[in-house]
Design a protein around this ligand. Structure first.
Ligand code: GAL
Length: 448
């Protein structure tokens, strides 16, 4: 990861307004139903009364994520298996809430946090989502002691630690590295139409014009968060890594001509997509490519976990390349797990975090999930062709952060961008969109 990138992110961490303090967990909390009753409480009817001691309840851990299907659940299950083998006496409660990118899950989580009923551990993205939301809200515990105990500082990428740290405290355990700027394509469709995999925006437009003329849907698209995902990759592909980073640290002018040109590209790209995008999940959209119903889809590499779950074959049923214009750049995100303040089962949570940070846990999880390990010591041979290429790119490319998946903007800024995007999808007015994005940076980002 380039130093420049890191400095940009650190600057963003410092400069971005911190909000959402209202979501802080209250100081006191009712014990969870499964906890041992306190000495003064009446024992439950089915429990043997013990005069001096509360009856022992089985230790538990409730883990919250949005990994419920499409390769994601299978990855989680693989890690739970490692957990169960290591901690047979701790019951694992899988509290996953369906919906790609956590759009539904994060709303449920916010409600639970407000009510003082946190899950023991939840999935949070390294970067601004973690620091600007959960740390700022006082909702998660520092994990420095666990890092020391487990020797994680020796095996986690040095460059990732600042994105999960605040004032010397480390706040989460990263399980993976995902890549956002992947263009998935159907090799047969490209071949039939005599199209080379595009590497620039111009080549991409030419390819999509050709596909349109041939009656093929050029680009599969899904619901709104996937449209933000497409937007961030087109901003990167149009602006390049340096100016893209500048969007998040205030050095690129959101009102300037470069951003206008990038948004024009985005507007143009939307013309090549399926008309039912709003009603499709990311899996539905990705599936159009492997089923031969569309030529391209832009999605993070969790799509690869899904393609494998569908029994699809790499380079036959699907191929991959960086989103045009972003060759040599790795737009990353990292899923990480937290320890809740007032976690009902802190011991269970720590046991879970140990597995999430372990070599065995990450080697079980990532090849299925479609991500590479956050740890630097995983066995490369466990991974398929695509993920091996992602490992090479992660090690050699310029690294930038994802917007949609929590790295570069905190929740309030991201939500203003999302509102602007929703209006743009409806009215397709680039000038209004650009003005709204500039206003969002001024109100919640570093563009004061
Ligand atoms: C991302 C998450 C990925 C994957 C994706 C689609 O936000 O980091 O692990 O779950 O959403 O649901």
């Amino acid at each position: 990861m380039s130093k420049k990138f890191l400095y940009s992110l650190m600057a963003a961490l410092v400069l971005t307004a911190i909000v959402l303090t209202a979501c802080g967990a209250p100081a006191t909390q009712a014990p969870a139903a499964t906890e041992a009753p306190a000495a003064t409480e009446a024992p439950a009817a089915t429990e043997a009364p013990a005069a001096t001691e509360a009856p022992a309840a089985k230790e538990q851990v409730e883990v919250f994520s949005w990994w419920t299907g499409g390769g994601e659940a299978a990855g989680l299950e693989a890690m739970i298996k490692v957990f169960n083998a290591e901690y047979p006496d701790i019951e694992f409660i899988n509290a996953a809430v369906a919906g790609g990118a956590g759009t539904n899950a994060r709303a449920v989580l916010a409600t639970r946090l407000q009510a003082g009923e946190p899950p023991d551990s939840w999935q949070g993205h390294a970067g601004q989502e973690l620091i600007g939301t959960y740390v700022a809200g006082g909702q998660i515990e520092p994990l420095n002691a666990l890092y020391e105990e487990e020797g994680w500082l020796d095996v986690m990428p040095e460059t990732l630690i600042p994105l999960i740290s605040d004032s010397g405290n480390i706040y989460s355990v990263p399980v993976n590295i995902h890549r956002a700027n992947v263009l998935w394509y159907n090799p047969t469709i490209l071949k039939e139409n005599n199209i080379e995999v595009p590497t620039t925006m111009e080549e991409w437009f030419a390819a999509m014009d050709k596909l349109t003329a041939a009656g093929v849907t050029p680009l599969a698209l899904g619901e709104q968060w996937t449209q933000m995902h497409l937007l961030e990759t087109v901003l990167l592909g149009s602006l390049g890594a340096e100016a893209y980073n500048g969007l998040w640290d205030g050095t690129t002018d959101w009102s300037g001509p470069e951003v206008k040109a990038a948004l024009d590209n985005y507007a143009k790209i939307l013309n090549y997509t399926n008309s039912d995008a709003a009603s499709l999940s990311w899996q539905d959209a990705a599936q159009l490519v492997v089923n031969g119903d569309a030529a391209f889809n832009v999605m993070g590499d969790w799509a690869e976990g899904y393609f494998r779950e569908l029994g699809k074959v790499p380079m036959t049923d699907y191929g991959w390349a960086p989103v045009p214009g972003s060759v040599g750049v790795f737009q990353f995100l990292s899923d990480s797990f937290t320890l809740a303040v007032n976690a009902p089962h802190p011991e269970g949570a720590k046991a879970w975090l140990k597995i999430a940070g372990s070599k065995a846990g990450q080697e079980a999880f990532n090849p299925v999930k479609g991500s590479i390990c956050a740890r630097t010591d995983c066995d490369k041979t466990l991974f398929g062709e695509y993920l091996q290429s992602a490992m090479d790119d992660w090690a050699s490319n310029v690294v930038v952060g994802s917007l949609t998946h929590g790295v570069v903007a905190n929740d309030s800024w991201k939500s203003e961008i999302d509102t602007a995007l929703g209006l743009f999808i409806a009215d397709k007015n680039v000038e209004t969109f650009q003005a709204a994005l500039a206003a969002a940076c001024a109100s919640s980002g570093p563009c004061k």
